[in-house]
Write a protein that binds this ligand. Structure first.
Ligand SMILES: [Zn+2]
Length: 68
């Protein structure tokens, strides 16, 4: 099943940092998260990257809030 072309998540390929960031921020539509979630289920490396990205985003948001 092919969803789209821009995100190129396929076997043997990891999710790009950009895509992980978009995913962590909830900026990716329901249809497009399919291949990302499938890959995350089987790839510990990307799970770690996502966790790190998640933390970074939270830290950035926290910093923004404190700044105002
Ligand atoms: Zn991966």
């Amino acid at each position: 099943m092919r969803y789209y072309s821009w995100m190129r998540v396929s076997a043997g390929e990891h999710i790009s940092e950009d895509d992980l960031e978009m995913y962590a921020m909830g900026r990716i539509g329901d249809l497009e998260t399919g291949p990302i979630e499938e890959h995350l289920l089987v790839c510990e490396e990307c799970q770690d990257s996502l966790a790190a990205t998640d933390e970074l985003i939270r830290a950035l948001r926290g910093a923004l809030k404190e700044g105002t």
